[in-house]
Design a protein around this ligand. Structure first.
Ligand code: ADP
Ligand code: ADP
Ligand code: ZN
Ligand code: ZN
Length: 832
């Protein structure tokens, strides 16, 4: 049934052949991959799958492409060739990754797929403009200008930029195409009503006690108004008279005060009405040039009063195509849009069909492709930053399906992420479709269904980091299954079963009532406490909306006292026993490319302290700071402790080369002369976690934190690797390790988002053990997950659906997995 093709005879024409691969941890291996087939590369995390697929095959593909560009010779010198001896049969290579990177907030599903461009062309060619004021069709006047026959107003001619909110012509002039405006939220100014103004009731004035009574204007206003009204500023905020509080926030109208303030170091006096904090903040926000506008914390967004969030100029908003406006099409789920687009064919006149036929067909194909990759619920105006990594990857993939190019090598990174088991076959069909057009498809994947459908499997391992990097087995599914050495083979045969469920029965509940965020249909959710609970459902059903969009803000308000201005629930109860909660999602950690696993989990300080105590360091007067590559004391001056130097190419992403001064070590030579147990600090940073565990075996405070990283399946990370290189799944597990190594409160709630991302089934077992330990200690776990092994091992599940988008947003079933298995209404149940 699986129809796996047998690997073709190993002739160079039929295979992509690599010899002597040594990139990262690869152990000088030879690999051959059948061309025009679907190949899965699998293995435990850190075994070397990406090193082979991305850092060798894709990197070489990219390098060769540059080779063909004119004047690229200079770039060539800088771009290091991946470490291998030979490659034969490599065709142009396209990588479709999950990495979100920093997404332009203006890019949307519509722009990424090109569908928006085509709809704009359709609107220009067959759209019908109306007058926004009179609602009548606009006509060409004698000078061929668009004019309203009733009010006589002139309108711009329709061009593609009129329909594009990212152009000056097309953007709404009030909000500049943002769709909203920023307003000050007065409630955000007061942070603690129990404190007095002097003690810091407002974050705006801050703590004033002990400071000079002249500061900025606002402080001047404060004292002047207080003196005038005889107010004691030591009174707690909540006991202050309302009119005084209003005066501070909203000003005093025309009433003039004399107040003092400090200007450029000089105390000055001025007479004028007090403007109030809200007006001041609005102005300061507008005038701030800083990228991280510090005043943003006081602002909230209101829909633009003119375009009502439609971003576009009136001409674009009041033009219809067969009864629909562009902004209306942009917010239709793709399935609905498809119905409409297909219905057009019958509605168009011959003339219209002549003008629009080709573009229309192109739109249809692209919309079909979005459905094909399992995104029926997204809308064209959904912005890239709000898509998950998996969704973004599928949008990118869909835009390749329409392409006529053949003979390419596609490399995909775990495309099953974020997909319900029900929808895996769609993704698999998509990859087969790319293959059948005549392309080579290579996919790094842990998903069993995908492996079973692949033409060829390459199992990298056996372990992670230095213990991996070899081909454990390779062949068709049947061949790998028969290989007794391959753990993957045993897994495919179904010889792995975990029975790690504690079968805990919940007695206490967190109760969220009236949830309405995104697609949630006014639902009441009961989250059990002190157990492991999975939140399941097809992609787009509303899992993130419930957990990240509702539960987390509710917990923030209840436990951290953070105000929630856009509440999408009615009531929240049952949180009294919770001491703290931690959200661990797949977002990147921090912004600094200089942080490393060692700094992040807090062991680098301890390691540096060891080095500073070595005789050689004492002799040379070196302190802990010399062993930090962030500090000028010890870092290599050429690369400022980066170990790499950035080269900027025009038209290309920045490229990094190893610093020739320190040879990548990041440190000055004198620092490297200090040894601890025979190794210098740079050598320690080069160790992976597993090596470091034995190296620091006798330093318990360092060792225990490292062991937690091993437990979450990160034994292969290097201590000094830049955190920016971690995948979403790795980042999430690193957060988990840090959290586990920190101070534990009595009852913690842990919230995770697909923690199995990037994990092979062998790693998953370790993760389940950690989860079990946490519930044993009385903590609570909420996990969004599609992996049926994890779901089966949970104590409770909340299944959301039944479908994605508007067809979802309800709780279909909740209870122990064994019960849900029997519930025919639950799609997830069927896969358990
Ligand atoms: P997988 O894709 O199987 O999870 P990787 O290929 O990402 O594994 O990693 C294999 C090994 O190579 C790991 O020990 C990892 O720490 C190391 N590694 C990965 N990328 C780099 C890099 N850019 N520099 C140095 N080592 C790396
Ligand atoms: P899941 O986590 O189950 O995949 P989500 O909660 O992400 O589902 O999505 C539920 C619905 O809400 C989908 O129709 C999705 O398109 C929509 N949605 C999710 N996030 C946003 C957002 N930031 N803006 C607009 N719509 C969203
Ligand atoms: Zn606007
Ligand atoms: Zn250097």
């Amino acid at each position: 049934k699986t129809g796996n093709a047998v690997l073709p005879a190993k002739q160079p024409n039929d295979v992509l052949m690599l010899t002597g691969c040594r990139q990262n941890n690869l152990k000088n291996i030879d690999v051959s991959i059948p061309k025009n087939k679907l190949t899965v590369i699998t293995g435990v995390s850190g075994s070397g799958k990406s090193s082979l697929a991305f850092d060798t095959i894709y990197a070489e593909g990219k390098r060769r492409y540059l080779d063909h560009m004119s004047n690229a010779a200079k770039m060539q010198e800088f771009i290091e060739k991946p470490d291998f001896d030979g490659i034969q049969g490599l065709t142009p290579t396209i990588a479709i990754e999950q990495k979100k990177g920093s997404q332009n907030p203006r890019s949307t599903v519509g722009t990424l797929t090109g569908i928006m461009d085509q709809l704009r062309m359709l609107f220009v060619s067959i759209g019908k403009p109306y007058c926004p004021y009179c609602g009548v069709p606009v006509k060409k006047d004698s000078k061929n200008k668009n004019r309203c026959p009733v009010c006589g107003n002139l309108f711009q001619a329709l061009t593609v930029s009129v329909f594009n909110a990212n152009t000056h012509t097309g953007a709404c002039h009030v909000c500049s195409g943002l769709g909203f405006q920023y307003k000050v939220n007065p409630a955000s100014i007061v942070v603690n009503e129990n404190l007095s103004v002097l003690e810091g009731a407002t974050s705006y004035f801050g703590k004033l006690r002990g400071k000079k009574p002249t500061g900025n204007w606002m402080v001047g206003e404060l004292y002047a108004i207080a003196a005038d009204r005889n107010i004691d500023l030591d009174t707690p905020w909540k006991e202050l008279p309302e009119d005084f509080k209003n005066a501070l926030l909203y000003g005093t109208g025309d009433k003039v005060y004399r107040f003092q303030y400090n200007s450029g170091g000089r105390d000055t006096e001025i007479n004028r009405p007090a403007a109030g904090a809200v007006a001041h903040i609005q102005r300061l926000f507008r005038e701030s040039k800083s990228e991280d506008n510090p005043w943003k914390q006081y602002m909230y967004e209101i829909p633009c009063p003119v375009c009502h969030g439609e971003l576009l100029c009136p001409e674009a908003r009041y033009t219809t195509m067969m009864g629909y406006r562009l902004p209306e099409l942009a917010k239709m789920p793709i399935v609905r849009l498809r119905e409409w687009i297909y219905s057009l064919q019958g509605l168009l006149s011959d003339n219209q069909r002549n003008k629009a036929g080709e573009v229309l067909q192109e739109v249809q194909i692209r919309i079909d492709n979005l459905l094909q990759v399992g995104l029926p619920y997204v809308t064209l105006n959904r912005t890239a930053p709000t898509l998950s990594g998996g969704e973004l990857q599928r949008v990118r993939l869909s835009s390749h399906l329409g392409s006529d190019l053949i003979g390419l090598t596609y490399i995909l990174d775990e495309p099953s992420i974020g997909l319900h088991p029900r929808d895996h076959h769609r993704m698999i069909d998509t990859m087969k479709h790319l293959r059948d057009k005549g392309n080579t498809v290579i996919v790094v994947e842990h998903d069993r269904d995908t492996m079973l459908e692949a033409d060829y499997i390459i199992d990298i391992g056996p372990g992670a980091g230095v213990h991996g990097g070899e081909v454990v087995s390779a062949g068709t599914v049947e061949e790998v299954k028969e290989n007794s050495l391959s753990a993957t083979g045993r897994y495919l045969k179904g010889e792995y079963e975990w029975n790690l469920s504690n079968n805990r029965v919940p007695h206490e509940w967190l109760i969220l009532k009236g949830c309405t965020g995104n697609n949630l249909k006014h639902i009441d959710a009961y989250f059990p406490l002190h157990v492991m609970c999975c939140i399941t459902g097809v992609s787009g059903s509303g899992k993130s909306s419930l957990v990240f969009g509702t539960l987390i803000p509710a917990l923030e308000e209840a436990i951290k006292n953070q105000r929630n201005y856009k509440k999408s629930y009615q009531t929240f109860e049952g949180y009294e026993t919770i001491n703290a909660f931690v959200q661990m999602d797949q977002s990147p950690i921090g912004k600094s490319s200089r942080s490393t696993p060692a700094t992040y989990i807090g062991i680098f300080d301890m390691i540096r302290a060891r080095y500073a105590k070595q005789p050689k360091a004492l002799e040379c007067g070196m302190s802990e700071s010399h062993f930090s590559f962030h500090s000028k004391d010890g870092q290599c001056p050429a690369c400022e402790g980066q170990g790499q130097i950035k080269i900027v190419f025009q038209y290309m992403a920045d490229h990094y080369v190893t610093c020739t001064e320190c040879k990548g070590s990041r440190y000055q030579e004198s620092v490297l002369e200090v040894l601890y147990k025979g190794k210098n600090i740079a050598e320690v940073l080069q160790m992976d976690i597993a090596q470091a565990v034995s190296f620091f075996a006798d330093v318990p405070e360092v060792r225990t934190k490292l062991q937690l990283m091993e437990e979450v399946g990160l034994s292969y990370l290097k201590l000094g690797q830049s955190i920016a290189t971690l995948s979403g799944g790795e980042a999430q597990r690193l957060k988990l390790a840090k959290e586990l190594g920190g101070k534990q409160k009595k009852h913690m709630v842990y919230i995770l988002d697909e923690p199995t991302t990037g994990l092979h089934f062998q790693d998953i077992e370790k993760l389940l053990l950690i989860f079990r330990k946490l519930t044993d200690a009385g903590h609570t776990l909420y996990i969004i997950e599609h992996n049926t092994d994890i779901i089966r091992a949970s104590d409770w599940m909340i299944d959301i659906g039944p479908e994605g988008g508007t067809g979802g947003g309800k709780i279909v079933a909740s209870g122990p997995p064994d019960e849900i298995k029997k519930n025919t209404a639950s799609i997830t149940g069927r896969y358990l």
